[in-house]
Each structure stands twice: as structure tokens, then as C-alpha cells.
Ligand binder design. Structure first.
Ligand SMILES: NC(=O)c1ccc[n+]([C@@H]2O[C@H](COP(=O)([O-])OP(=O)(O)OC[C@H]3O[C@@H](n4cnc5c(N)ncnc54)[C@H](O)[C@@H]3O)[C@@H](O)[C@H]2O)c1
Length: 247
């Protein structure tokens, strides 16, 4: 077992749980965060399978006070958080149809930003000092192809928040780079998780792409970015999209 502790938000979802599986298989101690209470069962099963300490936290990342409390509770668990994966994110298409810009309410905009950008900011702010003090840390933000380009209709809050998440990645990477802490992002293309299966394009069979990615294929890149081998990768945005966007 590794003494390092990893915190993964959205740990009950597709990419988050694939990531948790890889981390636990690699001996990391894993804290899973989700608003879905299944996170407790998933954490327990993961720990039993890989013989590593695990814990689940039920948190609504849209609520700032819960995010701040999460940082405190996660640090209290083992006295350290070495790896933070800001993975949780929501997309308007989860509501089963697209929302064009004119239809986006302030409340909807605020909710997407709270989960996709403010929660990663708060967790970074709260956990980074302790990583810096120890001289080692890894933060990986799960952005999207939509954080690199604006080609998808009906995605304004999502696209804007994911561009912001890449900005947060780069800015915090500069501030932390001298301290042994790296901050990177991945930008997945469509990965076949429940979110995509719920989307109108998938259900209508009209989606056009080479193929969908698998959650493990996104998680594998995160797994590399949190490794010791990736020490010189900082402020990078890794595309994981099967070649559907080359920039
Ligand atoms: N699947 C894709 O095609 C794809 C593509 C690009 C980027 N991404 C990004 O990858 C990340 C993970 O996506 P996924 O496809 O695994 O999605 P998913 O829906 O399978 O998982 C997301 C998880 O986040 C949790 N979550 C959502 N809102 C939350 C909140 N307020 N508080 C706590 N937990 C919350 C959900 O309960 C869920 O378990 C997201 O940030 C998403 O934007 C996904």
C-alpha cells in the first residue's frame, strides 16, 4: 500500500469510478466524493477488492459550504491529501435536451459554474497549501474538448465553465510548479458513460465520430498525470479524444 491519499470528485460516475479503480489497484488510499449516496457502497467495494483504505463522502459540490467542509473532512481522514482529481461535472444535456443560449437561465448558469469550476477552485485553494508544504502533490482537472473549442451547439454554460477550468489549471500550475506540485487537465472527447447515453444525439443514433472512448481510457491518462513519472508535466491539457480534435 502507498501512503498517498487521492480525492476524486464525481467518484460514482463513469470516469471517476474508472479512475478510482486504477488508483486503488496501484495501492493508493482513495476518497470518493459524489452527491450520489452509492459512493459509500462503491468506496467500500473498492477497498475490499484492492485491500486499500477507502472512504466515501456524500457532498453536493454545488454548495460552497459543503465543498469547504469536504476539504477539511478529507484532510482529517488520513491527515493528508496528495492527489486531487476534480472530475465531477454536469452538462445541460443531462436534462435530456439541449439548451440554446437564449434559454439558459441565470440559475442554470450558476449551477453549472458552481459544480464545474467553483468547486475545483475551492478544493484547489484548500488542499494546495498542504501539498506545497509537503513538497509533492498532483491535481488533475477533468475539462473537455468543449474547454478547448466551441463547436457544440447548446453548450454555452458547459463550454464556458470548461474553458475556465483550463484557465484555473494553467494559473495554478504556474503558482505551484516550484513546490513539487503539478496541476494538469485532461480534455476528453465523448466517453461512453451514463451522461452520454442519456444525451439526445446518442439516443437518436445521429452522433458522428470515430468511436466513443471508454472511461478507462480517460482514467489511464489521469493515472499517468498523478504518477511520479509525470513530475515534469505541469499546466498541460491532454486531449483524450481518439483524434476528433487536434489543436
Ligand atoms: N463522458 C464524456 O463524454 C465526457 C467528455 C468530456 C468531459 N467529460 C467530463 O468528465 C467528467 C466526468 O464525466 P462522466 O462522463 O464520468 O459523467 P458521469 O455523469 O458518469 O459522472 C459524473 C459524476 O459526478 C457526480 N456529480 C454531478 N454533480 C455533482 C454534484 N453537484 N455534487 C457531487 N457530485 C456530482 C454525478 O453524481 C456523477 O456520479 C465531467 O467533468 C465531464 O464534464 C465527460
Amino acid at each position: 500500500m502507498n501512503e498517498r491519499v487521492a480525492l476524486i470528485t464525481g467518484g460514482a460516475g463513469g470516469i471517476g469510478s474508472a479512475c478510482a479503480e486504477m488508483f486503488a489497484a496501484g495501492g493508493l488510499q482513495v476518497a470518493l466524493v459524489d452527491r450520489n449516496p452509492d459512493v459509500h457502497r462503491l468506496a467500500a467495494a473498492l477497498g475490499e477488492k484492492h485491500h486499500v483504505p477507502t472512504i466515501g463522502f456524500v457532498v453536493d459540490l454545488a454548495r460552497e459550504e459543503e465543498v469547504t467542509a469536504l476539504a477539511r473532512d478529507a484532510l482529517a481522514w488520513k491527515g493528508r491529501v496528495d492527489i486531487l482529481v476534480n472530475n465531477a461535472g454536469i452538462h445541460p444535456k443531462q436534462l435530456d435536451r439541449k439548451f440554446m443560449l437564449e434559454e439558459v437561465t441565470n440559475a442554470h448558469w450558476a449551477e453549472v459554474f458552481a459544480i464545474n469550476l467553483t468547486a475545483p477552485f475551492i478544493l484547489t485553494r484548500e488542499l494546495l497549501p498542504e501539498m506545497k508544504a509537503r513538497g509533492w502533490g498532483r491535481i488533475v482537472n477533468n475539462a473537455s474538448t468543449s474547454g478547448r473549442t466551441g463547436r457544440v451547439n447548446g453548450s454555452t454554460p458547459y463550454t464556458a465553465s470548461k474553458h475556465g477550468l483550463i484557465g484555473l489549471t494553467r494559473s495554478s500550475a504556474i503558482e505551484s510548479g516550484q513546490s513539487g506540485v503539478t496541476v494538469n487537465a485532461i480534455a476528453p472527447g465523448p466517453v461512453l458513460t451514463q451522461r452520454i447515453m442519456n444525451a439526445p444525439e446518442y439516443r437518436s443514433g445521429k452522433a458522428q465520430m470515430v468511436r466513443y472512448g471508454k472511461p478507462e481510457e480517460a482514467a489511464a491518462v489521469i493515472n499517468f498525470l498523478v504518477s511520479d513519472q509525470a513530475a515534469y508535466v505541469n499546466g498541460a491539457v491532454y486531449d483524450v479524444n481518439g483524434g476528433t480534435l487536434m489543436a
